[in-house]
Write a protein that binds this ligand. Structure first.
Ligand SMILES: Nc1ncnc2c1ncn2[C@@H]1O[C@H](COP(=O)(O)OP(=O)(O)OP(=O)(O)O)[C@@H](O)[C@H]1O
Length: 321
């Protein structure tokens, strides 16, 4: 994924597809026992995956910040919210206690927390979910990061508070030219705030594009099914649409497309054996940055080559086209 300055990229996909783990990997906040085996993370062109833990600490919280789903779970119940919101300032900007206090008051005011001086003295349990999330946003933005990773920031909130928090994030993105990676499975949130969307399935990005293209003209069969599900439409028998089957185990290595066993498009397509045997290529559609990992949308040449490989019954490790 690439996120431009001031852009909101939504990362969507069903539960368990690996969205949160991807976000945590960017921050190097994986659960214990999990490590990054391969890949690359660049911030403003600088590769940060190879940095030492000390060097990465300079970036975490200052250039990349993270906002989590349940503010009451993430906030420390034994510390005042003012102290917690000032922590990144303390670590990264080395302000005096007085300057830090002033800055937190400003931040609280900026994110819409009324009576900030008073509220700073509160403990998390004394705040509503919406106010606690505003504290988290103030804390995350305190060191003026370039990128905010927001993992389901509104899922635990009711719809009116959800709209306020989205408005706040949208305003901060415009004011600070902030880039946001927004993780969600709520497509109404995507349409409200995202510029572009990346769709994840079973640990892989299977499609990327502008919000308009993904929501109104999705190319990948999984994205099409996801949007169909979100419409909550019942069929003639009154059944709500659901994607049949379950995703494969994330760590399982399976030949071909990971969505194959649930894909209704492959069934109707003339060459489903390709989908079962060869890993699909990422195919560009409708201009740069819009692409889908599916054989059905591949060029005639790519499909012909894949058919030849399948027909010649070569069993080697064909990865992609
Ligand atoms: N790259 C990976 N390598 C190995 N295991 C992974 C990887 N990504 C995710 N997992 C495993 O899959 C589980 C689900 O991943 P994750 O919580 O990131 O999914 P999610 O899409 O954020 O789901 P939800 O929407 O329910 O929060 C993780 O607990 C982890 O065990």
């Amino acid at each position: 994924m690439t996120i431009q300055r001031g852009e909101v990229l939504a990362l969507v996909g069903e539960s368990g597809s690996g969205k949160s783990m991807t976000a945590r990997s960017l921050m190097r906040l994986m659960p214990s026992g999990i490590s990054i085996l391969e890949g690359s993370v660049r911030v403003g062109g600088e590769e940060v995956l190879s940095l030492s833990e000390d060097s990465f600490n300079e970036i975490r919280g200052s250039r990349i910040a993270m906002l989590f789903q349940q503010p009451h779970v993430m906030l420390d119940p034994t510390c005042t919210v003012g102290a917690q919101a000032g922590e990144a300032l303390h670590v990264h900007q080395h302000l005096s206690a007085e300057e830090e206090h002033e800055r937190v008051v400003q931040l609280f005011r900026d994110v819409g927390i009324p009576e900030p001086e008073e509220r700073m003295k509160c403990y998390p349990h004394q705040m509503s979910g919406g106010m606690a999330q505003r504290v988290m946003i103030a804390a995350a933005l305190s060191a003026e990061p370039d990128l905010l990773i927001a993992d389901e920031p509104t899922t635990a909130l009711d719809v009116t508070v959800q709209a306020q928090i989205l408005q706040l994030l949208d305003r901060k993105r415009r004011e600070n030219n902030l880039s946001i990676l927004l993780i969600t499975h709520d497509l109404s949130v995507v349409s409200a705030i995202a510029d572009r969307v990346a769709v994840m399935y079973s640990g892989e990005i299977v499609e990327q594009g502008t919000t308009d293209e993904i929501l109104h003209s999705p190319k990948h069969p999984y994205t099409q099914s996801l949007i169909h599900c979100s419409l909550m439409q019942a069929d003639e028998s009154g059944q709500l649409y659901a994607i049949p089957g379950n995703p494969p185990e994330l760590l399982s290595k399976i030949p071909g497309c990971r969505f194959r066993s649930r894909c209704q498009v492959a069934e109707k397509w003339g060459h489903p054996e390709i989908c079962s045997r060869l890993s699909p290529p990422m195919v560009e559609h409708d201009g740069p940055g819009c692409c889908a990992r599916c054989w059905v949308g591949a060029s005639d040449d790519m499909q012909a080559q894949a058919i030849r490989i399948c027909q010649s019954d070569v069993e080697g490790n064909h990865d992609g086209c």
